[in-house]
Design a protein around this ligand. Structure first.
Ligand code: ASP
Length: 322
C-alpha cells in the first residue's frame, strides 16, 4: 500500500530563491522533486514560522504536537518537517521528547538545506526526497525524531550543526550516525538512543540558557529568574563544571523551586554528575541536575518538557530517567 507522509513546511533556506526572490510553499518544494523520487503520497501543510534563530518555543512545540497527532490521530505513516538549520536540532529534540507512542508508529524526520533553492546543486530537493523516504520507511519505527541532511540520518538527541557553510553541516559525533538513505530506502547503521521518559502536562516555555565562564557574576542567574524564567540550563565546561562563584545561587534557586540543569560545552558522552571524581561535577552537590550528556540547547528543550511534568522533585526524577 502506498505510504502517506505529512509535510509541514516552514520556509527558510530550503525554500528561498534569490532570482526572483521568493519563498516556495511546501507544494512548490515538492514540485522540484521528480515524482518517481517520492517514496510516498505527500500531504502538505504550510506553517507560518519565524526564521529559525527566532522560532519561538511555542512554534516549535506546535510543530512537535502536529507531528505526533498526524501519526497517532490522522493515520499518517510519517511526518517531514522542513526547518531552518540554525535551530533544527532544538525543534527535532522537542519533537522527539513529545512523540510518545507516535515514535513506534511512524517516522518523524526534520530536514533543511544549506543552499538556496535556486543555487547550483541545491541540496534542499534531495534532502526533502530523502526525508520522505526515511519518514515512510518502517526501519525508523522506534527511533524517535531524526534529522536527515546529506542523506544521513541523525538521532535528534545526538545531532548538532557543526558547520554553517557545508552541505555536510550536521554531525552526531561522538555518537554514531543512525543510518543513511540510499537506493530509495533506509540503511540502518547504529542503534538509536533509548527513548526519553514520557512527557506529561504542558511544557514550560520560559527556560533560560546561560553560558558560564570563570569569574562570572551569579547575578546573571537571578536576573533571568527575576525576568520570569522557570528553570535555567547552565553551559559548563569539561565534564559539566561551573564556577564556584555560582554555587550559593544554584543552591538558593534549587530551594526556591527553580531547577538548574548543568550541561557542558564539550561534545562528550554522558557522565552522571553523581559519578564524577572528587573535585569535578560539584554543582551536583549544591543541587544542580546533570544534563545526561545532552548538549546545552537540548538540555533546554528537555527542561521545558520536564517542567511540564511537575515540581522540582518530578523534574529531577524525569532527568534521572532521560
Ligand atoms: N541558515 C538557516 C536556514 O536554514 C537560517 C535559519 O535557520 O533560519 O535557513
Amino acid at each position: 500500500m502506498v505510504k502517506r507522509v505529512l509535510l509541514l513546511a516552514t520556509g527558510d533556506t530550503i525554500a528561498y530563491s534569490r532570482r526572483p526572490a521568493g519563498v516556495a510553499s511546501g507544494a512548490g518544494l515538492l514540485e522540484t522533486i521528480p515524482p518517481d523520487a517520492l517514496a510516498a503520497d505527500v500531504v502538505v501543510e504550510d506553517v507560518m514560522a519565524e526564521p529559525s534563530w527566532d522560532t519561538s518555543p511555542s512554534t516549535m512545540l506546535g510543530l512537535a504536537r502536529r507531528a505526533r497527532s498526524a501519526i497517532l490521530e490522522r493515520g499518517f505513516d510519517g511526518v517531514v518537517i522542513t526547518h531552518g538549520t540554525d535551530t533544527l536540532e532544538d525543534c527535532a529534540f522537542l519533537a522527539d521528547l513529545l512523540a510518545g507512542r507516535a515514535a513506534e508508529h511512524g517516522g518523524i524526520v526534520l530536514t533543511g538545506a544549506m543552499r538556496y533553492l535556486d543555487d547550483l546543486s541545491a541540496d534542499g530537493p534531495r534532502n526533502l526526497a530523502s526525508s520522505v523516504t526515511a519518514a515512510a520507511d518502517p526501519a525508523l519505527r522506534g527511533a524517535g525524531a531524526v534529522v536527515c541532511l546529506n542523506d544521513e540520518l541523525h538521532a535528534a538527541r545526538w545531532v548538532t550543526m557543526t558547520d554553517a557553510t557545508s552541505v555536510a553541516a550536521f554531525s552526531s559525533a561522538p555518537f554514531p550516525v543512525l543510518g543513511r538513505v540510499a537506493g530509495g530506502r533506509v540503511e540502518t547503521l547504529a542503534e538509536p538512543p533509548p527513548r526519553p521518559p514520557a512527557a506529561a502536562g504542558e511544557p514550560e516555555t520560559d527556560v533560560a540558557l546561560i553560558k558560564t565562564y570563570p569569574g562570572m557574576d551569579p547575578v546573571l542567574l537571578t536576573a533571568v529568574v527575576d525576568a520570569g524564567a522557570r528553570g535555567i540550563v547552565l553551559e559548563g565546561t569539561g565534564m559539566a563544571n561551573v564556577p564556584v562563584s555560582l554555587f550559593t545561587t544554584i543552591s538558593e534557586l534549587t530551594e526556591w523551586g527553580i531547577p538548574v540543569v548543568v550541561a557542558s560545552r564539550c561534545r562528550t558522552r554522558q557522565v552522571p554528575l553523581e559519578d564524577l571524581p572528587l573535585g569535578t561535577g560539584l554543582a551536583g552537590k549544591v543541587g544542580a541536575i546533570g544534563a545526561r550528556g545532552l548538549a546545552p540547547s537540548k538540555a533546554r528543550a528537555a527542561l521545558m518538557v520536564a517542567l511540564g511534568t511537575g515540581g522540582p522533585r518530578a523534574v529531577r526524577d524525569w532527568f534521572g530517567r532521560l
